[in-house]
Design a protein around this ligand. Structure first.
Ligand SMILES: CC(C)(COP(=O)(O)OP(=O)(O)OC[C@H]1O[C@@H](n2cnc3c(N)ncnc32)[C@H](O)[C@@H]1OP(=O)(O)O)[C@@H](O)C(=O)NCCC(=O)NCCS
Length: 156
């Protein structure tokens, strides 16, 4: 498990991905404060309490640092930033039944784009098990010596 670095000044264009999903009935957008209870509960049910805690932090920010994917007004994916630490991207998750349709990539690039707009030049993706999704979707590279990074002395 190590951290990855992404150049925010050379991000692939996300608009085509978001438009394609919209045509399929899937919206990728920033979560609204009034949706906090549904989004955090969905993350808890789908991915557990640790990620729900980080997602909760995203809703303490304004603008909310959580991008969601919805279909028929139901949450099907989420991506957060500035939660575990400033400048950190994550967590991200997509509902199992809709994976491999480009939703994760649209969430990742939308959240990284929001980080770029808020003034960061690079983003750190913390504690990644498999770098491949981030490598193919955003050109992320591994940060040498970043294990265990900030995730040391973690309470069991
Ligand atoms: C990782 C995750 C968010 C990807 O979401 P997704 O909607 O299935 O991903 P996409 O369909 O947008 O895939 C984008 C690209 O990444 C690749 N990819 C997706 N998941 C991958 C994986 N687990 N390993 C390697 N490559 C992967 C796809 O093949 C695709 O490549 P392409 O653009 O060349 O076609 C999703 O699998 C998930 O929720 N996993 C469980 C939670 C998790 O592990 N989060 C990351 C923690 S570090």
């Amino acid at each position: 498990m190590s951290d990855l670095l992404v150049k925010l000044y050379e991000l692939p264009d996300v608009r085509l991905h978001v438009d394609k999903l919209r045509a399929e009935g899937i919206n990728v957008r920033r979560a609204m404060a009034y949706e906090k209870h549904q989004v955090v509960a969905w993350v808890d049910d789908s991915f557990g309490k640790a990620w729900a805690g980080e997602c909760d932090v995203a809703f303490s920010r304004n603008p909310v640092s959580c991008i969601i994917a919805t279909e028929n007004r139901i949450v099907i994916g989420f991506a957060c930033y500035d939660c575990a630490a400033m400048n950190f991207f994550g967590p991200i998750g997509v509902a199992e039944q809709v994976r491999n349709r480009g939703i994760g990539k649209a969430l990742l690039l939308s959240a990284l784009g929001a980080m770029s707009q808020s003034g960061y030049a690079y983003a750190i993706i913390g504690g990644v098990e498999s770098a491949e999704f981030y490598l193919t979707s955003a050109g992320a590279i591994e940060i040498p010596g970043s294990t265990p990074g900030i995730y040391r002395d973690r309470i069991r």
